[in-house]
Design a protein around this ligand. Structure first.
Ligand code: NAD
Length: 245
């Protein structure tokens, strides 16, 4: 039997109220992890099932706010062993319709948020002898996306670059850092897309289907676990072959 080694470990999931983060929280509960679940959606966060978890703490944390994130990390019950950072927002505005406010918000949540959480957990991980960080890019970082806006694609490409920087910096300190680029995963994030957009995504995916959230979340949990002990600085495509590196 494979042993994730996550039992009793403190694992922080951001964006835990929905989609891939919610699915990751459920899997981690089954692994007996000590869970810290963050989101801005209070009702969704409260409803996350965590059967099997050794302990659960839920907190409303806006990942785009550097000070808020640092304060929330300080309030956790000890150093974080692993972070699965799923919090993110998606927009599809065509280039002429992207205004400065929407550019700034998407970059603040998706890219600055990834920086904020990584910077905040790193000192505790170093003191603790290491840790694992899993960030979320996107298929859009690889290709520009099927419907993604300019700020979304740019923010996710930024996450890929950040992942490599963090891997260079964190590796010698025992911190493994990897990034997942999901293809089309059926979560509330994609509810804004038309049936035509979904059909286009299926047609562009060699497996000819969209994915369910656990199919992506399971890969994040593996990357966060000792099963991936020598996997570092990787951009992992979970996309049914939609883009092949
Ligand atoms: N679903 C897909 O097809 C897909 C494709 C490519 C990339 N991704 C990426 O995967 C990650 C998870 O996406 P998902 O599909 O589960 O989305 P989702 O919308 O289902 O969940 C995202 C969660 O992040 C939370 N969130 C948003 N802004 C936040 C903030 N400022 N602070 C804290 N929490 C915040 C939301 O409340 C929500 O619960 C995201 O980074 C997304 O960009 C998803």
């Amino acid at each position: 039997m494979l042993d994730s080694g996550l039992g009793g470990r403190l694992v922080l999931v951001t964006g835990a109220a929905s989609g891939i983060g919610l699915a990751a929280a459920k899997i981690l509960g089954g692994e007996g992890a000590r869970l810290a679940l963050w989101d801005v959606n209070a009702d969704g966060l409260e409803a996350v099932p965590t059967d099997g978890a050794a302990s659960v703490e839920r907190a409303i944390v806006d990942l785009s706010d550097t000070t808020t994130v640092a304060t929330a990390v300080d309030a956790l019950p000890g150093p974080v062993d692993a972070v699965i950072h799923c919090a993110g927002i998606y927009t599809t505005s065509p280039l002429p319709e992207v205004d400065e406010a929407s550019w700034d918000r998407v970059l603040d949540v998706n890219l600055k948020g990834a920086f904020n959480i990584s910077q905040a957990v790193a000192p505790g991980m170093i003191e603790n002898g290491g840790g694992a960080i899993v960030l979320f890019g996107s298929f859009a970082a690889r290709t520009g996306g099927l419907r993604a806006s300019a700020p979304y694609a740019a923010s996710k490409a930024g996450v890929a670059g950040l992942t490599k920087h963090l891997a260079q910096w964190g590796g010698p300190n025992g911190i493994r850092v990897n990034c997942i680029h999901p293809g089309f995963i059926q979560t509330p994030m994609n509810a804004i897309l038309s049936d035509q957009a979904k059909a286009d995504a299926v047609a562009a995916t060699p497996l000819r289907r969209l994915a369910d959230p656990p199919e992506c979340a399971a890969m994040a949990v593996v990357l966060a676990s000792q099963l991936a002990s020598f996997v570092h600085g990787v951009e992992l495509d979970v996309n049914g072959g939609m883009y092949m590196a």
